[in-house]
Write a protein that binds this ligand. Sequence first.
Ligand code: DX5
Ligand code: ZN
Length: 221
Amino acid sequence: MNTKISVSTLSADFSTMGETLKKLETCGTDMIHFDVMDGSFVGPITYGGQMVKNLRPLSKLPFDVHLMIEHPQTQIKFFADAGADIITVHYGACAKISESYLKDTLELIKSYGVKCGVAVNPDVPVENIFPVFGLADMVLLMTVFPGYGGQKFIPEVLDKIKKAREYALSIGKGDMDIEVDGGVCPENSAQIRKAGANVLVAGTSVLNSDNWAATISKLRQ
Ligand code: DX5
Ligand code: ZN
């Protein structure tokens, strides 16, 4: 499977986000990763659909929207209308509401013609989301606890990645996107890919490097 690099804009300067996107467009980035935080599901607050809407005309790259928010169903329309290509919601935010909330939310995302993803935190067994592997276009295995960029990669998640890929294969979805997010860098990207992930989110390791294009190609090697 080809590796896709989704650069997280969380650690970018929001006042020059347009320029950042334009620069990323020329550096071999496959997707732009938007970290949406509500100050409740995770500590910080970042932005709503307006940010994605305003940036949409500036980039042809797929917008990979990561909702770290409570009650995600309330925001799907805003991000779908803003031009998101993929919207990922957290298992933890859905399971606390009801048994069917996660499945209903993934179906709601798809009803807008947008790809749907489900994310699990490092301490949540990947088996918890096996029931929606058939419905989801992508699963996101967090390799840090969400909320902040620049954290250290949690290597214990490598085993979850392997389990996720094996399960996808076992249900005939061997080529589904398995995304990893948090602490991804050239030093660990090979083992992440070897474990079975094919979409790598990278924020600080790219944006803090002195050559974005070189770092992105190293993440792919
Ligand atoms: C954390 C976000 C990640 C983070 C990745 O809650 O979901 O996307 O910004 O940033 P790095 O690559 O710096 O760990
Ligand atoms: Zn993210």
